[in-house]
Design a protein. Sequence first.
Length: 366
Amino acid sequence: METESHEVIYERGATQDSAETQEENKALLKEINQLCKRQDRRKPEVIFLLGGAGVGKSAMVNTLGKVIRGKYYPKAKTGSGNAKSKTLTLQWYAHCGVEDFELQPGVLVNFSVLPNVLDAPGNDNPNANELREILEMVFEGCIPVGTSFDYLRAALKRVKASGSELSFTSSEELKVTKVVFVVSCTKDFPMQMVECLNEVLNSYDDKTGRQKYNIDVLVVITKYDLVDGQERFRTDRRQEQITKEEYLEFKNKVAKNFSIEGAMQDNCIEWVSYVDGYSEDNPFIDNIALKFLRQIMRPDRSKHKMENDPSSIAVPSRHEVEQRQMSGKELTEDNHLYKQYILIGLVFACALIAGTYKLVSKPASK
Ligand SMILES: Nc1nc2c(ncn2[C@@H]2O[C@H](COP(=O)(O)OP(=O)(O)OP(=O)(O)O)[C@@H](O)[C@H]2O)c(=O)[nH]1
Ligand SMILES: [Mg+2]
């Protein structure tokens, strides 16, 4: 009897929550629509999903598409979640994979500025140098969509062995503006990947002294439904679940390694995806994805707004410094020569004066 009444209370609570969340979701969609219409939003963000294999990057793309179009229609292939990557090539999902004919009429007016998403294969044990090079190439928009990552890694090894460099051209459209670092709370924290990302993002231009990339990072912790007590999401719970304590420990690692302690709300999102077989409408999942879109599209998320400021500290490049040192050396060498010539000239002049004096003074003494 007692159990029955508990269930009734839980159900009622869940329904009330769900209705409220549905209302909130409608308001969120309106807000995103306003963000799309802003004068200063001329171009879509380019989001790069970075993370290990099977953490749920492709499932994220499908979930974003679902909340925009209103229907779950998976375009990105998802895997089994084990170490072998399901996504094999660099994938591009313009406007989160949504086409304008799929939109519900009147919901999003200026949808062409919704983020474009780059999804790549995950790698749990990356070679640090290789990952740094690949990240730089992705950020600069140098890897054509569809490129196999196995091919890319092999090509990098080949050129390194031959002492040459890969030649590539950069595409403005593909240049990354935001990195979404995807970590699954059911997997180990990818410490090495975070270090590589930080190294690349902190690198600076030799000429201007500015950071090379104006890229903002947002962390997404996926598979939050697998944490004890998160039944409202009702997704694929056949996977290994974790306790609240284990989750908190993982979340602390995220905060520490990304240095976002005290600013978690703005920089980290607890995420649940729609997945194949568990794609029935769930306002709680929609709510997470809509809040993510709002966060990504917020105009104040830009890392530094001075990117168009032409002024910079005038520091000579290493080449220029070497040239200056060379010419300085030549100057001092020239100086030495010059002094030597004067000295020799003086000696000659003295000898000449002495000789003339002797000549002049001889007859006088006779
Ligand atoms: N329970 C649960 N399962 C999820 C979630 N997101 C993804 N999955 C499952 O995790 C597995 C891997 O998901 P993918 O989206 O293919 O992962 P990925 O990061 O794209 O992996 P690669 O492309 O292989 O690098 C699939 O079986 C998904 O169904 C989630 O939020 N909750
Ligand atoms: Mg994938």
